[in-house]
Design a binder for this molecule. Structure first.
Ligand SMILES: NC(=O)c1ccc[n+]([C@@H]2O[C@H](COP(=O)([O-])OP(=O)(O)OC[C@H]3O[C@@H](n4cnc5c(N)ncnc54)[C@H](OP(=O)(O)O)[C@@H]3O)[C@@H](O)[C@H]2O)c1
Length: 349
């Protein structure tokens, strides 16, 4: 495509409610040196889209400040971290043979080169994302999945939810035969945790609620406890031999109640705080039992490579809850914020 072409995109020009999402025509991005141009076939939504739009992340020392997760956002910004599509052009210095490949974009912006770098930025937040017909990305962040049996919608569901899940599982060093506790199990990250932990040969004990419990069991959980009841008591009954690794996006009281249920040398990995940020626990529970509390943000390049291997072999099967056209981005985000769904919400530009 030529540099002068325009494309349809949904962008935000400031923080606010769904009304700040505007469908517009903008110049299609041109791949710079080392970049490729991807025609977006599917873009999946994540909680971070809502928080970024609202500016709900706060700042250290000022939790009520309107801010993106890494600080101020440059507006206008095209949202969307999770892109599957096809490479249609390459910038200077990039192998032309990539054109035509079916790809998934690793949305992370890393703090360093190398396989264990930390994510410090995100496509759709610190650079323009996939709520658009086209997006650019560094060539080394684009993974060829042409041969994967997964659909484009399923591939788009992978980067943030499954990348975060795999990052948690790797950082928690979950091994075959161990018992994993998964919270928020019906959500995007939670279902990914259930599927990947199960594929790894772990015994999966999930926490979910109401009518979503059956779907979590179907996704592969061996046991599902209802968070409407006494969660600690249900976990004790379901896993009397205790938990090896907790994979937690809820935090809050679950941490105080759950830490005593970890086995000697157990790991409690936290990647979200839907149940509350302020957590109290008895530190003797850590040092006397060699337990670890591990913070986990997204994935490393190595984790993302492992995820793409799972995608090529279709060893995970993302569940698609609903699809929307791009011009219904506001409705799609509102559907996400209602949290009534199981699995991922995907838009088609
Ligand atoms: N650290 C990272 O890199 C990273 C990356 C992605 C997401 N996250 C965070 O991880 C969390 C989950 O993200 P997601 O995209 O999976 O969310 P999601 O799709 O909305 O799912 C969250 C699930 O958690 C449960 N839940 C919701 N509110 C809860 C509450 N107050 N207490 C207990 N459980 C609750 C619900 O499941 P049930 O009703 O079945 O219990 C819900 O389906 C969010 O906080 C998100 O910001 C972090």
């Amino acid at each position: 495509m030529s540099a002068s072409q325009v494309m349809r995109a949904v962008r935000i020009t400031g923080h606010g409610g769904p009304e700040v999402l505007e469908l517009t025509e903008v110049a299609a991005p041109v791949p710079r040196a080392g970049e490729v141009l991807v025609q977006v076939s599917a873009v999946a939504l994540n909680n971070t889209d809502l928080w970024t739009r609202e500016g709900a992340y706060g700042r250290p020392g000022d939790p009520k400040a309107r801010s993106g997760w890494r600080g101020p956002i440059d507006f206008p910004r095209i949202q969307g971290a999770d892109v599957a599509g096809r490479v249609v052009a390459v910038g200077p210095g990039v192998e032309g043979s990539l054109v035509g490949s079916r790809v998934v974009v690793d949305p992370a912006i890393y703090d360093a080169d190398g396989p264990d770098a930390n994510p410090v930025g995100l496509m759709g937040s610190e650079r323009d994302g996939g709520y658009a017909e086209y997006v650019t990305a560094p060539a080394e962040r684009v993974h060829d999945v042409t041969e994967s049996p997964l659909t484009d919608d399923q591939l788009a569901a992978l980067p943030t939810a499954y990348g975060t899940a795999l990052g948690m599982i790797e950082r928690g060093r979950l091994q075959k035969g161990e018992t994993a506790l998964v919270s928020g199990a019906s959500g995007g990250v939670g279902l990914a945790l259930v599927q990947i932990a199960r594929a790894r040969g772990a015994r999966v004990l999930a926490v979910s609620s109401g009518s979503k419990i059956d779907a979590v069991r179907e996704a592969g959980a061996h046991e599902v406890v209802d968070r409407a009841g006494d969660v600690a008591e249900q976990i004790r009954t379901a896993a009397p031999e205790s938990i090896d690794v907790a994979l937690d996006v809820v935090a809050g009281e679950l941490v105080s109640e759950g830490l005593p249920l970890l086995r000697e040398g157990g790991r409690w990995v936290i990647a979200g705080a839907l149940g509350g940020y302020d957590v109290t626990f008895d530190v003797r529970r850590l040092y006397l039992h060699n337990a670890q509390v591990i913070g986990s943000s997204m994935h490393t390049p190595t984790h993302f490579g492992l995820l793409m291997d799972l995608a090529r072999r279709a060893e995970v099967q993302p569940v698609i809850a609903a699809t929307f056209p791009l011009d219904q981005a506001a409705q799609a985000q509102e559907e996400l914020s209602r949290r009534g769904h199981v699995g991922k919400i995907v838009m088609h530009p």
